[in-house]
Ligand binder design. Structure first.
Ligand code: AMP
Ligand code: ZN
Length: 432
């Protein structure tokens, strides 16, 4: 059973709609100050778009462009037609603002409802949204999707873990939205309270907003006895509802009736063949207030080859491997935090949190990985702990090709925020 007709579309139907919608998006975008000038500079004529390949001739839009156009250089319709704005959660530099009209919000809610319906959530489910509200799109974006689907929707927001748990049990919550680092933390708090996470009524969890590994997903599914579905989105493309896993849990269907996605080489911007990992570039097809064309997301992924057994023809993207800008270069070797997480989360002794610290000792770079150890394994027996530390070090060395210093720390001792986790602290270059 499908929520939306567009889920049934064949490749031909998808691509036909994409060409028409791209033309319309470009026409709309041209009305904004930013794209008006950009299109004139690059000789872009929206009416000349004939095929999907024409998209490659269009200029990219970058985060820097959005910052420079702050606050409203990308508005394609009068300010008075806008009914909501969100601000991207980036912690560095100037913010970027995304505006939405009533129609934009309507479409966003239906995309989000489609995602939730796809995995089996129904109006009879009680849905708790455990992510921050406010400017972060994981709040209202998910919220309106759940209401659109018809679920009783609890806007719990982030944090206040004890209250979250009370809501879940008092209202028999069967579906939640939660970011991965907070979900792992929640399991710790439950255990401290003497509650087995698996005893909660939750059956579905939408988990996203930050990178996490297949190993972390499995851990969450086992601890809570629930299904975890990967949810991808970014404020510039609305927020959640861009790509989402189906019941197969093998990659995320990217809704191609709403977006055109490309994968390019991060260094050159040249398109990569299907199956190769590169930077995801996205174009909005349905947004009227603020269309965004060929946006460089900086997220690294690939299109998964072949059709999905669920029958949907919308192509799937792989789990996000990281961002172009989270690559750590140490002793000339490139490392992504998710490589570290995959090793750690697969080890039963390792707790729910870790932190990567980069230092410079003399002229040498040093990588230290602080690893929480589960209480039951954090024993007095030095030999056992030293053995564990050695095993972690050697597995990490095999994966990342440099030898890290591994520090074992007690469960729940590493900093745990309510928002997206900060996995890497780079102290190099900060010495005076
Ligand atoms: P925001 O600026 O708050 O909209 O954050 C969007 C960014 O969060 C994306 O560009 C990704 O880097 C990250 N993100 C969102 N969902 C996921 C996911 N499921 N897996 C990995 N990273 C994600
Ligand atoms: Zn599928």
């Amino acid at each position: 059973m499908l929520y939306d007709d567009a889920e049934k579309w064949s490749r031909e139907e998808i691509e036909k709609a994409q060409i028409e919608r791209l033309r319309r998006s470009l026409q709309k975008a041209a009305a904004s100050r930013f794209y008006g000038a950009l299109f004139r500079e690059h000789g872009v004529n929206p009416d000349a778009v004939r095929g999907l390949d024409d998209i490659r001739r269009l200029p990219f839009t970058t985060k820097k462009d959005l910052r420079q156009a702050y606050p409203d250089g990308l508005l394609a319709m009068p300010h008075a037609d806008m009914v909501r704005m969100h601000v991207s959660s980036g912690t560095t530099g100037a913010p970027t603002v995304i505006y939405h009209t009533k129609n934009d919000l309507d479409w966003w809610a239906s995309l989000m409802a489609r995602c939730m319906h796809m995995v089996g959530i129904r109006p009879t489910d009680v849905f708790q949204n455990m992510s921050g509200y406010g400017l972060f799109t994981g709040g209202l974006g998910i919220h309106y999707g759940a209401e659109r689907l018809g679920c009783l929707t609890i806007p719990a927001g982030a944090g206040n873990t004890k209250r979250q748990i009370k809501l879940i049990t008092d209202f028999n919550v069967t579906a939640v939205h939660i970011i991965p680092s907070y979900a792992l933390h929640l399991a710790n708090v439950l255990r401290d309270m003497g509650v087995d996470p698996a005893s909660l009524p939750i059956r579905f969890a939408l988990v996203g907003a930050e990178p996490y590994t297949e190993e972390a997903r499995r851990r969450l599914e086992e601890m809570f006895d629930m299904k975890v579905y990967n949810s991808y989105g970014l404020s510039e493309m609305n927020g959640p509802g861009v790509a989402f896993e189906c019941a197969e849990q093998r990659g995320m269907h990217l809704w191609e009736d709403a977006y055109i996605a490309e994968i390019v080489a991060p260094e050159t911007g040249e398109p990569l063949p299907d199956g190769e990992t590169g930077e995801l570039v996205m174009t909005t097809l349905g947004r009227e207030g603020m269309p965004v064309i060929r946006y460089r997301t900086r997220d690294l992924t690939r299109f998964l080859p072949g059709p999905c057994p669920c029958g949907r023809a919308h192509r799937r993207i792989d789990r996000i491997a990281g961002r172009c800008d989270d690559m750590i270069i140490i002793k000339g070797v490139n490392i992504y935090p998710m490589q570290v997480e995959a090793i750690l989360m697969a080890m039963p002794e390792v707790g729910q949190n870790y932190l990567i610290e980069l230092d410079r000792v003399g002229v040498m770079d040093q990588i230290t990985i602080k690893v929480e150890v589960k209480e039951e394994f954090f024993v007095e027996d030095m030999r056992a702990l030293t053995g564990l530390q050695k095993r972690i070090t050697s597995r990490l060395r095999d994966e990342i090709l440099v030898t890290p210093r591994v520090e074992l720390v007690e469960a729940k001792s590493l900093p745990q925020g309510e928002g997206k986790a900060k996995r890497v602290i780079d102290k190099r270059g900060t010495d005076s």
